[in-house]
Design a protein around this ligand. Sequence first.
Ligand SMILES: Nc1nc2c(ncn2[C@@H]2O[C@H](COP(=O)(O)OP(=O)(O)OP(=O)(O)O)[C@@H](O)[C@H]2O)c(=O)[nH]1
Ligand SMILES: [Mg+2]
Length: 321
Amino acid sequence: MKKMAAELKIYVVGIGGRGLNALTAIKRRGIPVKTIGIDTDSSALSVAKCDEKLLIGEDLTKGRSTAGVMEIGRKAMEALAYKIVEKVADGEVVVLISGLGGGAGSGGHTVLVESIKERFPEKLVISFVTIPFKTESGNRINNAKMALSTIIDISDVTVVHFNDLLKEKYPSLPLVRAYRILDNKIEESLRAILGLQNIKPIPGVVNVDFNSFKAIAMRSGLGLINVKEAASVLSAFKEALKEEFCDIDVTGCKGAVVYIEGSETALQTSDIYDISGTLTSTYGIQVVYFGFKPSWELTQPKVAFIATGVKSESVRKFLEE
Ligand SMILES: Nc1nc2c(ncn2[C@@H]2O[C@H](COP(=O)(O)OP(=O)(O)OP(=O)(O)O)[C@@H](O)[C@H]2O)c(=O)[nH]1
Ligand SMILES: [Mg+2]
C-alpha cells in the first residue's frame, strides 16, 4: 500500500497590531494552519481572531502598547518566547508576521525568530514583514530598519512588502481595505506553501515536494512568493514573476519552485519548456523545481511561483539610507 506523507503542519504567529490583523484575516478564510497572536496590548489581543493568544510584557506596559519603544517589545518577548518555542515544537514551518515600525512587532519579531532558531535550527522559519509608510515618524522608520536587517539575517526566508507601494497602487482605497490586500497576499502565500503537498509530478522535469522546497529555502535571505491566475499558464507565470509590493530581482537567485494548478488540458508541453527556459537561461537560476496540481474547480490556470535568495534594490536602499 502507498504510504501517504504526513500533513504539513504550519504555525503562523502574528506579533503586534499588524500581525494580529493578518491572523484575523487568515482565520476568517479558514486556512488550515495553527494561529498564535502575541502582543503587549491586551485590547488589540482581545479583538483578534486566532487559535491561541499570548499577552507579553504585562509588567512593563500593564497590558497597553509599547508606544513604539522597540526595547520594550524585545524585553517583553524575551521573557515569554519559551512558551511559543514549546508550542511550535511539532510544526515543520513557522511563519511570523509583523508590521515593522512599532515596538511590539519590531522588537518581538527578532527575539522570537532567534529563540525558535536557537532551539530548532532545522525548522523552516519564514518572516512576512511590512515596511512603514515613508510619512510615518522617524522613530518608526528607524525601528523598521534595525529590525529588518536582523530579520533577514536570521529568518530562513523573509518576504517584504512596502506599505508605500500599497498606497501608490490603491490611492483611493480606504486604508483598512488596502491592508486587506496585503493580508490576501499572505493568505495566498500560505496556501502556496501548503500546496507543496500532494503535487503530481510532471514527466521530464525536476519535481517539487516540501523537502526540495525546504532545501532552497533554508537560510536563503529575501524571498518572493506569488500566486497568479490568468487565461493561460504562460501569462499567469509572467505575472507571478513580478512582486507588486516590493521590487524583486530573481536573477541568479538560490532556487525557484513553479507549480501549476488547473485542468489537465490547460498545461501544454511547450509551457514547461518555456518556463524552464526563462528561469534557467534568462534569469540564470540553477535549481528549479516543478509540479502540477489537477483542479476541476479553477476556470483558468493558476501559477504559484516561489523564489529564494532574491535581490531587492528598494530593500537595499531602505536599509542603507
Ligand atoms: N499592511 C499593514 N500594515 C499595518 C497594519 N497595521 C499597522 N501597519 C503598519 O505596521 C506598523 C506597525 O504598527 P503596529 O503593528 O500597530 O505596531 P505594534 O507592533 O503593535 O507596535 P506598538 O503598538 O508600538 O507596540 C505601522 O507603522 C504601519 O506602517 C495592517 O493591518 N496592515
Ligand atoms: Mg500595537
